[in-house]
Design a protein around this ligand. Sequence first.
Ligand SMILES: Nc1ncnc2c1ncn2[C@@H]1O[C@H](COP(=O)(O)OP(=O)(O)OP(=O)(O)O)[C@@H](O)[C@H]1O
Length: 360
Amino acid sequence: MAQTPRLQVDHVSCDFDGRVVVRDVSLQVAPGEIMCLLGPSGCGKSTTLRVIAGVERQNAGRILVDGQVMSDDRDHRPPEARGIGLMFQDFALFPHLSVAQNVSFGLTGPKTEKSARVTELLERVDLAGYGQKSPHMLSGGEQQRVALARALAPRPKVMLMDEPFSGLDNRLRDGIRDETLQLLKEEGTAVLLVTHEPEEAMRMADQIALMRDGQIVQQGAPYNIYNAPCDQAAAAFFSDVNVIRGRVEGALTDTAFGQFLAPGYPDGSDVEIIFRPQHVKIDFDRGGRGPNPTAVDGVPARGVVERARFMGHESLVEFRMDFNQEVLRATVPAVFLPKPGTPLWLTVRRDRCFVFPHRG
Ligand SMILES: Nc1ncnc2c1ncn2[C@@H]1O[C@H](COP(=O)(O)OP(=O)(O)OP(=O)(O)O)[C@@H](O)[C@H]1O
């Protein structure tokens, strides 16, 4: 039998004054699983979290935790009765309470049990011995760990996190983020985390839900979302992409890089072929000719270097292509800085290209 999801969101919609901000959102998060809600600013990520938390009420749909209805069109449990923990970027510790009092704030039960839980959590976030300190005596990263301990203290089944690490500097962030998520996994908490940074989502998530204009447009493991994007915008959200156009004839489209499969497209339809700069291969000009065509790489097309930049772990080369006078980008995982004006030949990995309808 399939495991009951810790968090289940079914067809949730939310509007403000008639403007739909969250549209028919459904998702499920298993115990110990991390799902990232990823999308551009204003697409409705935070509103989705607030609806799940119960601080905003949906217009349609329902929210379940461990199979129990928290909110539907009849019932609506208040936020504190949902078994859901919250962690936001602007987490606020109570300044007049000690670290230990902050952590035990949401706990009920006998004093000795509460105190044992606080000690355990402060140890787990590497702040053993900090209990009697005041929040203002702590660094930003330490305060964030106190906030995490406070959110974890009542053993929430679900943790909702809204850009929780973006206030930290880069060096601190990686460590705190990895430790935090490890801790949540060990506790079996289902985590739904909002971010607008694809790299952060790829690094953290077991599952990514890609959101746009209030809707989830694609859901899946990071590998699948990256390698099988549902449309051009989804592909472009994760990295720079190159676009060339073609017209379909007999389920194939002919381009300067050879033929591409376009199954399901009717004859005469215009398509866009999308590929990432790291899937472009560069070859030297051999007396006006490029490399011989192969099944994987297709046909070479000539371009002239416009500029080349060293990016640290790779070089980015921009070409003006002979066949359409447009710019294509290629990355090379080494120092490769050909002079502007150098003619070179490009081939693209055909198995790493995506064909989508032309957007007009
Ligand atoms: N209480 C509210 N009343 C009216 N409009 C709202 C309210 N809350 C959010 N909105 C609008 O809903 C849209 C989505 O906002 P939301 O904060 O959910 O997006 P987001 O994806 O989290 O963006 P960001 O990454 O910038 O925080 C925005 O246009 C916002 O102005």
